[in-house]
Design a protein around this ligand. Structure first.
Ligand code: NAD
Ligand code: TYD
Length: 354
């Protein structure tokens, strides 16, 4: 039992996790289950084509038979659950998709994994882990002087996205409490880095800036997020998987609160340095637009428990992480172009035409 099974491993954080995991010395193989929604991109995993340690299956986590077959075939020692609908703006327009994947999908996955886990022998049952990857957004919105979210903060989700993630967290907790499934839950702040779909703030701003489009800042731009480089999130997940206490939850954060306007201005300044325009600054492209309904004002995460108990802290500063991210988007124009044109959706078909 050495494989791990990952759901949603063709998405932003899942793909970074898979790639980083397989870079480790002697890494166990990965079985990757992803439905390939608009947010899933096989091209993000192109470097792993032909690598026998990575097995990819296009399937929905709601498809109990498909997931059961994979569990039986590969006998994983852990499941890391990334698959989700993840964009708040889409959740406002189509909340049903969020209920279906984040709530029903997590429930179906728990059912399937529970049945597999219960049939394992005692040592394998004890060693097994189900790591549920969740968000700080389940805790709602902070006032300016509030302390950051801890693991015991109240759940006060405000968007259909965060409400659906909160429901999934509760279901995961219940499967531990009721059936003894050895679960771990992480609640992480906003991630950024390579391979992020350009609907989220940072990649949207980079890709718009590069083609001269407006940089749309919602409302007054003073909403605060706590930004974490995706590689640091993946490192935290490896720590939690290796040494977390079953049944426990861990907050993961960047110790890095910024207003959206500060983030966008920092990006513009970086682009002015690495890819200057013939005239003027990228800051001139910043445009204030109508606010998001119900827009949470501030998120901030206290990641002290993870630091104290598992010794994790972020290794990137916001400056170093942002620089790496901008460089990645500039050096991967083809990935960006494929995503913007929609071509990434047929990549596998095109790639494997004889
Ligand atoms: P993403 O939207 O980039 O990727 C989600 C992936 O899940 C896609 O590959 C998609 O195809 C897949 N998927 C969606 N529905 C599926 C289904 N029914 N069955 C199988 N696969 C399905 O999301 P992300 O930003 O990589 O986020 C990953 C996880 O981390 C999510 O659970 C999210 O809630 C959580 N999270 C994200 C952030 C962030 O800043 N992006 C922060 C904290 C937590
Ligand atoms: P986003 O990346 O969608 O993450 P989340 O809503 O999960 O925090 O947005 C981050 C912040 O940036 C959020 O406060 C909304 C804001 N935002 C904009 O101002 N303009 C945009 O075009 C987008 C996508 C987000």
């Amino acid at each position: 039992m050495s494989h791990i099974l990952v759901t949603g491993g063709a998405g932003f954080i899942g793909a970074n996790f898979v790639i980083d995991w397989l870079r480790q010395e002697g890494a166990a193989g990965i079985v990757n289950v992803d439905k390939l929604t608009y947010a899933g991109n096989r091209k993000s995993l192109a470097a792993l084509e032909g690598d026998v340690r990575h097995v990819f299956l296009q399937a929905d986590i709601c498809d109990t038979a498909a997931v059961t077959a994979l569990l039986e075939a590969y006998r994983p020692r852990a499941v890391l659950h990334f698959a989700a609908e993840s964009h708040v703006d889409r959740s406002i327009v189509s909340p049903g998709d969020f209920v279906q994947t984040n709530v029903v999908g997590t429930f179906r996955l728990l059912e399937t994994v529970l049945e597999y886990w219960q049939a394992l022998d005692a040592p394998a049952r004890a060693a097994f882990r189900f790591l549920h990857v969740s968000t700080d957004e389940v805790f709602g919105s902070l006032a300016p002087a509030d302390p950051p979210f801890t693991e015991v903060s109240r759940y006060l989700p405000n968007s259909p996205y965060s409400a659906s993630k909160a429901a999934s967290d509760h279901m995961v907790r219940a499967y531990h409490h009721t059936y003894g499934l050895p679960v771990l839950t992480t609640n992480c702040s906003n991630n950024y880095g390579p391979l992020q779909f350009p609907e989220k703030l940072i990649p949207l701003m980079i890709t718009n800036a590069m083609v001269g489009k407006p940089l749309p800042v919602y409302g007054d731009g003073l909403h605060v997020r706590d930004w974490l480089y995706v590689g640091d999130h993946c490192a935290a997940l490896r720590e939690v998987l290796a040494s977390g206490q079953p049944g426990a939850t861990y907050n993961i954060g960047g110790l890095n609160e910024k207003t959206n306007l500060e983030v966008v201005q920092a990006l513009c300044d970086l682009l002015d340095e690495v890819s200057p325009k013939t005239a003027g600054s990228y800051r001139n492209q910043i445009t204030f637009v109508k606010d998001r309904p119900g827009h949470d004002r501030r998120y901030a995460v206290d990641a002290g428990k993870l630091a104290r108990e598992l010794g994790w802290k972020p290794s990137e500063t916001f400056e170093s992480g942002l620089r790496k991210t901008v460089q990645w988007y500039m050096q991967n124009a083809e990935w960006v172009q494929d995503v913007l044109s929609g071509n990434y959706r047929n990549w596998v078909g095109k790639q494997y035409v004889a």
